[in-house]
Design a protein around this ligand. Structure first.
Ligand code: NAD
Length: 494
């Protein structure tokens, strides 16, 4: 019996099948108006595990109505009360963390240990924003002319549409919902149709925590373009917060521009992972395993290009090959799995194409490198070395367990190569010279960079990208909440 069966056979835990076939709108669990369904697939077995509703335009209108109706009450709810409800969401997520991790692992395929990490990270957005909800302050000063006082009041922006990807089904949602609710906004969440069950499971948890009806609404659709357009066309919607690919982000920015809607965009990445000769080799290898293999490489911050200085290059390649080849690949829900399947067969085909292209251009395969399993969307942990600069995977997100290594000679060269991308989300640098680490960090064109660390995500730090990796920040002191507020300036004569 695996962990998942154990979890769902425990009567204290709810069964995800109980909220199959239901949208969550205005505090009601209801069928879609046309009763169309989207099948949810277990990527480890390719079996259908559940079905969720495929929302229609009528459902969309209901969701906007529900969010708009709940907005005045939530906005007027005392910050302390909002904070307590958010805190309760955090506590319930921690209490239910095993069940949530099992559910994430089932529908996304990620290893249970990654899913547990995600639940802890996702819950933390509620704790952090419960603390922030009571610390929203304004500004007050004398106008330079002396004629009046300048008062700046921060107000909730209004009804928000939140769109999230499948790679972190819990965390990408709570990273938006928690600050939006702390700011006093109401929301409509559209999760990825590959991983909707976690979103609905969390909606049930928010309800239990005391989030009033209509404050959070969840709808799923197989047709996200028209559904999102319908929501953005409603003048009561004032905010779009999107996490996903740069391609879809561009489409949504254009759609939001028609209605001049405020946008926050967390988009794709192409993170360089730089190791200098003077780095601690074991620490760099540990960091590379985290930066590359958290979520089996399906992370926007995943190390996509590994640049290793010539003097340490061979030892690093051999060390990484050993570690990657030793990983246990299997169904995410099996306790011992370290690398689960990819999300879809299409994702596996993309990785396969990128690896074949790199090999054709001269890269050498140190381990992995070809699809082996017939059932399930698996791709083996793969290390490539001598990867040429023109390989497609140096310019596209791999989003899988492939570590492409190439060597470099000096600091100026690696900074130039690291910046040769339209993306600018995350980067990593390993060196024992902190001044060099800080110098490189300041010259790399990304929103985030980890120095001698393989992980940078933290609800207390501003997460986001520059260039085509996005607009705005999530998390951090003030940054995450600020995305859901408008500054109102009041001029007062005293
Ligand atoms: P995706 O862009 O295909 O989909 C993301 C979401 O957008 C899903 O909910 C999807 O249903 C929806 N969507 C797709 N087309 C749409 C349309 N025309 N209109 C409205 N919504 C639409 O991305 P994905 O494959 O789900 O996720 C992987 C991508 O997300 C990667 O590029 C990854 O880097 C990025 N990502 C970024 C961050 C970040 O914080 N910067 C975090 C996680 C993932």
């Amino acid at each position: 019996m695996n962990n998942l069966q154990r979890t769902f056979e425990n009567p204290d835990m709810f069964d995800f099948r109980s909220f199959s076939h239901r949208l969550y709108i205005g505090g009601q669990w209801r069928q879609s108006s046309e009763d169309r369904l989207i099948e949810v697939i277990d990527p480890s077995t390719e079996a259908v595990i559940a079905a969720v509703p495929d929302a229609t335009p009528a459902d969309v209108a209901d969701a906007v109505d529900a969010a708009a109706t709940a907005a005045p009450g939530w906005r007027e709810t005392a910050p302390r009360r909002r904070s307590e409800i958010l805190r309760r969401c955090f506590e319930l997520m921690i209490e239910r963390s095993e069940m949530l991790a099992a559910l994430i692992s089932l529908e996304n395929g990620k290893a249970l240990r990654d899913a547990r990490g995600e639940v802890a990270y996702a819950a933390e957005f509620f704790r952090w924003n419960a603390e922030e909800a009571v610390r929203i302050s304004g500004e007050f000063c004398i106008a330079p002319s002396g004629a009046n006082r300048i008062v700046v009041d921060y107000q909730p922006i209004g009804v928000c549409v939140l769109i999230t990807p499948w790679n972190f089904p819990a965390a990408m949602a709570t990273r938006k919902i928690a600050p939006a609710l702390a700011a006093g906004c109401t929301v409509i969440l559209k999760p990825a149709s590959e991983t909707p069950l976690t979103a609905y499971a969390l909606a049930a948890l928010y309800e239990e925590a005391g989030v009033p009806p209509g404050v959070v609404n969840v709808l799923t659709t197989s047709n996200p373009g028209p559904v999102t357009s319908a929501m953005l066309a409603d003048p009561r919607v004032r905010k779009l917060s999107f996490t996903g690919s740069t391609g879809v982000g561009r489409i949504l920015l254009a759609e939001a521009a028609k209605h001049v809607i405020s946008c926050s965009m967390e988009l794709g990445g192409n993170a360089p992972f730089i190791v200098f000769d003077d780095a601690d080799l074991d620490a760099a290898l540990d960091g590379a395993m985290i930066a590359k293999m958290r979520n089996a490489g399906e992370a926007c911050t995943a190390a996509n290009r590994l640049y290793v200085q010539a003097g340490i290059h061979d030892a690093f390649c051999e060390g990484l090959r050993k570690r990657m080849a030793a990983l246990k690949v299997g169904a995410g829900t099996e306790a011992e799995t370290e690398c689960g399947p990819m999300i879809t067969g299409k994702a596996v085909s993309k990785i396969d194409r990128l690896v074949k292209d790199a090999v054709r251009r001269g890269a050498k395969v140190l381990c992995g490198g070809s699809v082996t399993d017939d059932t399930g969307y698996f791709y083996p942990p793969t290390v490539l070395c001598d990867v040429p600069e023109d390989a497609e995977l140096a310019h596209e997100e791999i989003f899988g367990p492939v570590a492409p290594i190439s060597s470099f000679q000096d600091e100026a060269e690696v900074i130039r190569r690291a910046n040769e991308t339209e993306y600018g989300l995350a980067a990593y640098v390993y060196t024992s010279d902190l001044a060099k680490g800080m110098r490189v960090a300041s010259k790399i064109e990304t929103g985030m960079i980890a120095v001698n660390r393989g992980l940078m995500s933290d609800p207390a730090a501003p997460f986001g990208g520059v260039k085509q990796s996005g607009l705005g920040r999530e998390g951090g002191q003030h940054h995450g909440i600020a995305e859901f507020m408008e500054a109102k300036y009041i001029a007062v004569t005293m």
